[in-house]
Design a protein around this ligand. Structure first.
Ligand code: SF4
Ligand code: SF4
Length: 233
């Protein structure tokens, strides 16, 4: 899931204060789980903005709404005409949702209501941890299922570094050393010798450079085309 955290109401107010008709638009999937951007949070932000507008003596209409995902047209297409009636959409989706929606709202700007943090998991109730950096060339089969890119503070491909200390990373005694975890996991899997294999230099071309990355899934496209043709008959 994508993990994020809500922007402060002061920051949001500074972004939206000059608009007359604002829609706080929630996204009810990933960012709802971390209570950053679901419809409930959108409702709360809308209420706080109305209060703030009242305090500042500004005439501002603030509504809220939510859909399952801002990153798939099938969820927001049914409400897009409604959305376009506002002067501003404050999206509480992740940055993906804000980008995607922004391309589809014509003259209506879409502003971010949350800060998108990382791809992570629920470690414990209320605790979210980063586990993947979306490098586009997964090597978890070589590292016991523990990602050195997201979880090692230096993104080392050959660890641990000299800073490792009793299983903790040199940046903080509260942070596990990813490479310590990898070594321990590989021991447990009876595959420690795999870490001694000499590997070719990593190909980083799939990672964060060279413009936006795309994944194309042929069978989904074919299926959708067939369904569309069927519905046209
Ligand atoms: S190796 Fe890449 S794709 Fe795999 S978990 Fe790490 S960052 Fe994510
Ligand atoms: S101590 Fe471990 S996690 Fe920290 S930078 Fe070194 S190898 Fe990476």
């Amino acid at each position: 899931m994508i993990v994020g955290s809500q922007k402060s109401i002061d920051e949001i107010w500074n972004m939206v204060q000059d608009f007359k008709k604002v829609l706080v638009f929630g996204c009810n999937t990933c960012v709802a789980i971390c209570h950053a951007g679901g419809e409930k949070e959108a409702e709360t932000i809308a209420m706080l903005l109305r209060m703030r507008a009242g305090q500042e003596g500004k005439a501002m209409e603030v509504n809220h709404m939510g859909v399952m995902r801002h990153c798939e047209p099938e969820y927001f297409d049914p409400v897009i005409d409604e959305v376009k009636k506002f002067d501003l959409v404050l999206s509480t989706a992740c940055g993906v949702g804000v980008n995607f929606l922004s391309d589809r709202t014509g003259n209506v700007p879409v502003y971010p209501g949350i800060n998108t943090s990382f791809y992570g998991a629920v470690e414990a109730p209320g605790n979210f941890v980063e586990l993947c950096a979306g490098c586009g060339n997964c090597i978890l089969h070589l590292t016991g299922g523990i990602c050195p890119i997201a979880r090692c503070s230096k993104t080392l491909m050959n660890g641990p570094c000299g800073g490792t200390n009793k299983g903790k990373c040199e940046i903080s005694p509260d942070v596990d050393c990813a490479w310590y975890l990898i070594v321990e996991r590989m021991k447990k899997l009876g595959a420690l010798e795999k870490l001694s294999e000499i590997l070719p230099p990593r190909n980083w071309s799939t990672s964060r450079d060279g413009g936006p990355r795309r994944v194309s899934v042929e069978h989904i496209r074919e299926y959708e085309e067939k369904e569309e043709q069927k519905s046209e008959k």
